[in-house]
Design a protein around this ligand. Structure first.
Ligand code: NAP
Length: 300
């Protein structure tokens, strides 16, 4: 079995950046990705806060990242990592099809959308419930839809939906949004967006497709029904870190030190999968670069 200097797990902004830095450091590296290069950001219709690009889609931005990494010779393999174990001198990385060995690992496995976990959700996913407005928005042309959440993802994607649907209700559990102020301003100005404050979705209604929701006002405790043809869920993220037994916080985000080392020597974490104050492409890129610098120091 080949022994790599470095295995990078995940091909989002952090992982690809790590790949670029690893190639330039002449490390024998490989990047494993389970779905397709790009990570969650490819689901974003518009990125406006990554310097150098005033307005670019997440997909196009990640294509540029990939082109740069491949031009430097980065090897990318399809593979879903199921387990990483520390064998002392080497780390063993198991995917569904292969075993790999490496002297060091960078986990850049990102995150996935968090579920609402309410009645009706499981049954109606793909039948009117979506976690990706950019992917599925066109199925809802001309309809009234509801979007849950008040963060950057919720507001960015609500603004995208207004180009397609008739009306977007944004249901948020507080009366203040978490999203960047510039996004808030655009949402408040948009006549196709109506906010439902201090409210949560208690149930999603519909037999074969979404027909509506039951809402509960968390202040007055009052329940009401709202007829909508679609529900978009943007209530945060949960990390893809089940395959590695390092120290994590209560939500599964990997704990690192300032050099991105995890609790296992030789294993580093970068980007959205680690506990961090800010999750943006810009910060993931910084993590990818720093993680490789730490790997080089570790390898000596
Ligand atoms: P987020 O920032 O964690 O926001 C999640 C939102 O969902 C919050 O408003 C939260 O309410 C609400 N929420 C959480 N659990 C809920 C529940 N059970 N029921 C109802 N509402 C619930 O998540 P995100 O918007 O998906 O973003 C993930 C990360 O990516 C963030 O770090 C974000 O900044 C980043 N991101 C950045 C950009 C950008 O820079 N343009 C774009 C997209 C994402 P509370 O506010 O009350 O907690």
């Amino acid at each position: 079995m080949d022994v790599y200097d470095l295995i990078i797990v995940g091909g989002g902004p952090a992982g690809i950046t790590a790949g670029i830095y690893a190639q330039r450091a002449r490390l024998k590296a490989i990047l494993l990705e389970k779905l397709g290069i790009g990570g969650q950001i490819v689901l974003s219709d518009l990125v406006e806060n990554y310097p150098g690009f005033q307005r670019i889609s997440g997909m196009e931005l990640m294509q540029k990242f990939e082109e740069q990494a491949r031009a430097l010779g980065l090897v990318v393999e399809d593979g879903e990592v199921t387990l990483i174990t520390d064998e002392g001198e080497y780390k063993l990385v198991k995917t569904l099809d292969h075993d790999y060995r490496a002297k060091s690992i960078i986990i850049a496995s990102g995150s996935k959308p968090r579920r609402l976990e309410v009645k009706g959700e499981e049954e109606l996913i793909g039948k009117g419930i979506s976690f990706c407005a950019t992917c599925d928005g066109f199925f809802f042309r001309g309809k009234d839809v509801l979007l849950v959440g008040g963060g950057n993802s919720a507001i960015t994607e609500a603004l995208f939906l207004t180009k397609i649907v008739n009306k977007v209700y944004i249901v948020h559990r507080r009366s203040e949004l978490r999203a960047e102020k510039i996004l808030q301003e655009r949402a408040f100005e948009n006549p196709l967006i109506e906010f439902v404050w201090d409210s949560v979705v208690e149930e999603i209604l519909g037999k074969d497709v979404v027909e509506g929701v039951v809402l509960r006002n968390v202040r007055t405790k009052e329940r009401s029904e709202l007829a909508v043809g679609g529900v978009f869920v943007y209530v945060g993220i949960t990390p893809n870190t089940e395959f590695i037994d390092v120290r994590k916080d209560e939500n599964g985000f990997i704990l690192t030190d300032r050099n991105l080392a995890t609790s296992i020597p030789g294993i580093f974490a970068a980007g959205d999968c680690r506990q961090t104050e800010l999750r943006q492409v810009a910060t993931a890129v910084g993590d990818g670069a720093l993680a490789v610098t730490s790997v080089e120091r570790y390898l000596g």
